[in-house]
Design a protein around this ligand. Structure first.
Ligand code: RTP
Ligand code: MG
Length: 140
């Protein structure tokens, strides 16, 4: 399998509970390498752009409000099949449906406040990484 990069966000519900290191431990134990990372406060514009695909969904306003409610940690993860692997490591969107040992099973509070984001395909990974990182900020 090819070496890929995926985009990750440790969401405000997790940074609020001081879980950045705990989430990173799960990521690294799964064999993914954190090749870029920064803690930021997302603006409303950044959150709306990032989740534009969900614009028509009833939870869009709530989602943007949540993502801008506190610090987030944006990351680039690298590894074999990193995109699918990180989706596995995160677990299902709804933590009550997430598998044992996944980040969302361990830490997510609800379907909305679910601790992490991970890209769902190579095309979205490239777009999401470019929204938050310039090339020289990523060190593989
Ligand atoms: P993400 O994009 O954050 O990695 O999560 P995902 O692929 O597992 O889920 P997606 O369907 O893309 O939804 C994006 C985020 O919107 C929030 N959400 N809230 N209240 C709700 O019913 C609801 N459904 C989704 C979650 O924060 C979800 O991660
Ligand atoms: Mg998604």
């Amino acid at each position: 399998m090819a070496i890929e990069r995926t985009f990750s966000i440790i969401k405000p519900d997790a940074t609020e509970r001081n879980l950045t290191g705990a989430v990173n431990a799960v990521i690294e134990k799964a064999g993914l390498r954190i090749v870029a990372q920064k803690r930021i406060r997302m603006t409303k514009e950044q959150a709306e752009t990032f989740y534009a695909v969900h614009k028509a969904r009833p939870f869009f306003g709530e989602l943007v409000a949540f993502m801008t409610s506190g610090p987030v940690v944006v990351q680039v993860l690298e590894g074999e099949g990193a995109i699918a692997k990180y989706r596995e490591v995160m677990g299902a969107t709804d933590p009550s449906k997430a598998a044992e040992g996944t980040v969302r099973k361990l830490y997510a509070k609800s379907i909305g406040e679910n601790s992490v984001h991970g890209s769902d395909a190579p095309e979205t990974a490239a777009i999401e990484i470019a929204q938050f990182f310039s090339g020289n900020e990523i060190v593989g």
